[in-house]
Design a protein around this ligand. Structure first.
Ligand code: A2P
Length: 265
């Protein structure tokens, strides 16, 4: 079965070629597409993507997982049964066409945070995608001394994307040296046994997350945070950060934490 069809490519969107697809679990996969030379974005932003399989393609917001210097564009996606986009998107193969709207946007950008020392990137599942972009951007390490990437998933297989990302990054000639000793991954599972278990939200409330990392609890004088996950996770995490004294910021009003509210379904 192919996801391609004879529908004309809509105007004012990029039609890009899939170059790589990697499936992690029956729920998660990653893919890379060619990057149009005129497509510019800030690491951490999202863009609308779709497939040329209908007269009016269905578009969904996808965080760009690759950094702004990358020659290709990477996405990390969930596979939703009967999901209008993802039931087809999960079948794409190299050579297929993916549609991408031209204007990226989003709040998980470095410019939306006031300067600080330590940056927490808090995610569940595919919420790690914008952080996959940001941890590969040298600017993140120019602005922050320490970066802590936090991801909670149901099972170990779902943590593979972030684990491989961080391993590869530390081996990378360009960014590896900058990130060495300054980027750490705190990964937990909730439904399968692993080294670290529990929701990051609970581990922040109990203080265990900070103990594990050997850092003081979140302090608005030095700590900054970005959040990306499900609606419930955003709400719970935001409340915890506000309890620690952090204040939500935006592109036009930088502050001490930011939240991304666009997500894939
Ligand atoms: P749990 O297994 O306890 O539901 P999903 O794949 O459903 O999006 O969930 C991804 C991860 O996010 C799971 O480990 C899940 O834990 C966790 N999670 C779900 N809701 C919340 C929440 N409100 N706060 C923090 N983590 C959450």
């Amino acid at each position: 079965e192919t996801v391609q069809s004879s529908f004309p490519i809509p105007e004012n969107v990029f039609a890009e070629t899939v170059v790589e697809v990697q499936h992690y679990t029956d729920r998660l996969f990653r893919f890379r597409i060619t990057r149009p030379p005129s497509f510019r974005f800030r690491s951490g932003e999202f863009v609308m993507i779709g497939l040329p399989n209908a007269e009016k393609p269905v578009y969904r917001a996808y965080s760009i997982a690759s950094p702004s210097w990358d020659e290709e564009v990477e996405f990390f996606s969930i596979k939703v049964e009967n999901g209008p986009l993802t039931e087809h998107l999960q079948k794409i193969q190299p050579g297929d066409t993916v549609l991408m709207r031209k204007k990226p946007t989003g709040t998980l950008v470095l410019d939306a945070l006031v300067p600080g020392k330590r940056l927490y990137m808090l995610s569940t599942g595919t919420g790690v995608a914008p952080f996959a972009s940001l941890v590969r951007d040298p600017e993140t390490f120019e602005k922050f001394e320490e970066v802590i990437l936090v991801q909670t998933c149901r099972d170990v297989g779902e943590l593979t994307y972030a684990t491989e990302l961080v391993d590869n990054l530390l081996d990378d000639p360009l960014i590896g040296e900058m990130a060495a000793g300054r980027l750490r991954l705190h990964a937990t599972t909730t439904r399968e046994h692993s080294e670290r278990m529990g929701r990051a939200t609970d581990l922040m409330k109990s203080g265990k997350l900070f103990e594990d990392l050997g850092v003081p609890k979140i302090d608005p004088a030095v700590d900054r945070a970005m959040i990306c996950g499900s609606m419930d996770m955003l709400k719970d995490t935001k409340a915890i950060l506000e309890n620690f004294g952090l204040v939500e910021g935006a592109n036009n009003a930088p502050a001490t934490f930011v939240v991304e509210r666009a997500f894939v379904g």
